[in-house]
Write a protein of this length. Structure first.
Length: 491
């Protein structure tokens, strides 16, 4: 296909970026932001008009991608190096994000924004743009280890975000419904609700909880490029994706060439990961579920490299597990030995295990929640979701450490900070059935604050009455922030 010819030749009515509505695009998230220093010549009204025009351009690409699943787009790069799109990508980038190996910050780049963007656009247009190595950083994991992430330079962040925006117009038409990770209008709670409804409404007796070992570091570059070329024939797009993959990592002054994997932290890494798993896993699972081997009900929910599959029959689950390992091995992937397991789970699990004298059904974790077989007051099966113990303890440990650091801060400042932490915790973990865990979390936070206040001085006058007054003022009461899963999916 001549991508530009087919996608730009017709004028279509304006519509939202995604079929289901959902959250606004990243560019719209920052509409209320102020302008950077020395960059006051461009008004917000003009930015809004540019944003609408940019979305209309991508709407045409999206319509072609939805209409013809086999078409390959040959001219997409001009959408990326558009100064207006680069500008929107700049404003959508975090202002307080860490600087890359070149030390360039968001604020400094914005002092001469238009000149910098014109120079960047020219280099992208004539092929003079060079990707720089990412700076290696580490974030702690719940098991005590550290997860390596990459910090790209600011210009790489801008170009990657612009490229992601354009490629999403193509791939959102291809990605399947059971894929929820890193997609606009979809979130962890959409995946959690889909899984909950599947377990409660379908004939699920066995759950295969799977996790790919070191997925982002194991992505094969050659396979990834082949997958992208299924839809993208614009060699300028392919060439720049290769540049980012081969840019390498700079750690302690030592540069390491990137032979495989895509560093977590780059704007385009989540999209590339979804493309890789779409072809390596999702399409294969859909075909397997439609085959004769898949007897009985089967559900599948994936968020990034963490996925859960429900089966009606154990022998089908065991056969799927064996074939899945072979499938992933073909693409250089491997399941985590300790985080991947098959558990008996569902409405009949407690009854069947009781008959065999095997005790209560096992639990499994997904996206920070432990899933438990429970019952209602009338004895009917109910899926109970509680905060995962490691997440619970890890968050408390983080708050305790920070409270010690802020021990001598003003009480109002610490209280305001704790209020934000609790509200953020409620926003994620406030699902039906998890209220006791939320109450316990608030209690532990208040208890930790109490002992921190008492350590401020040897002659402390902080009492439990003082704590009660502070809790009423600064620690919001636990509340549920999410509806029941079937209610959300019904809407």
């Amino acid at each position: 296909m001549n991508g530009r010819g087919k996608s730009d030749s017709r004028i279509v009515p304006e519509k939202r970026p995604n079929k289901g509505g959902g959250a606004p695009p990243p560019a719209e998230d920052v509409e209320g932001r102020g302008l950077a220093k020395r960059n006051t010549g461009r008004q917000t009204r003009h930015r809004a008009q540019d944003r609408r025009r940019l979305q209309q351009e991508l709407d045409r690409v999206r319509q072609v991608a939805e209409r013809d699943k086999e078409v390959r787009f040959t001219t997409l790069w001009h959408h990326v190096y558009s100064i207006d799109r680069l500008r929107e990508s700049y404003y959508a980038t975090k202002r307080d994000g860490s600087a890359g190996v070149d030390g360039e910050t968001w604020q400094h780049y914005g002092e001469e924004l238009e000149r910098n963007l014109e120079d960047l656009s020219g280099r992208l247009q004539r092929g003079a743009y060079r990707a720089k190595p990412v700076k290696r950083a580490y974030v702690p994991k719940e098991d005590g280890r550290k997860r390596p992430i990459g910090v790209p330079v600011l210009e790489d962040k801008i170009v990657q975000r612009a490229t992601t925006e354009v490629l999403n117009a193509v791939y959102e038409a291809d990605f399947l419904g059971f894929s929820y990770g890193f997609r606009r209008g979809r979130s962890q709670h959409n995946a959690l609700d889909a899984l909950a409804v599947g377990i409660e409404k379908r004939k699920v007796n066995w759950v295969y909880d799977a996790d790919i070992c070191g997925f982002f570091d194991a992505i094969d570059h050659e396979w990834l490029v082949k997958f992208v070329e299924h839809r993208i024939a614009d060699q300028r797009v392919i060439r720049h994706i290769k540049k980012w993959l081969k840019a390498g990592v700079l750690e302690d002054g030592v540069w390491q060439i990137g032979k495989k994997g895509t560093p977590q932290g780059g704007s385009i890494s989540p999209l590339l990961a979804n493309i890789y798993l779409h072809y390596a896993l999702d399409l294969w699972v859909r075909a397997w579920r439609r085959s004769a081997a898949a007897r009985g009900d089967m559900i599948y929910v994936r968020y990034a490299d963490d996925f859960v599959i429900g089966f009606e029959r154990k022998e089908v689950a065991e056969r799927f597990q064996a074939e899945l390992c072979e499938r992933l091995r073909k693409f250089g992937l491997e399941l985590h030995s300790t985080k991947t397991r098959l558990v008996e789970f569902g409405r009949y699990a407690a009854r069947d295990r009781r008959r065999r004298g095997e005790g209560k059904p096992e639990t499994f974790s997904f996206l920070g929640f432990t899933h438990i077989c429970s019952t209602t007051r009338k004895g009917r099966f109910k899926l109970l979701r509680q905060t995962k113990a490691k997440k619970f303890q890890g968050k408390l440990k983080e708050i305790r450490t920070e409270l010690r650091r802020r021990m001598h801060w003003r009480i109002a400042e610490v209280g305001s900070w704790l209020k934000k932490k609790l509200e953020g915790h409620y926003r994620y973990y406030g699902v039906p059935g998890n209220l006791p865990a939320l109450k316990k979390f608030r209690y532990e936070v208040g208890r930790t604050w109490y002992w921190t206040l008492r350590r401020r001085s040897q002659k402390t006058n902080v009492t439990y009455e003082t704590l009660s007054r502070l809790e009423k003022q600064w620690l919001p009461a636990p509340r549920l922030t999410h509806p029941y899963p079937d209610q959300r999916l019904r809407v």
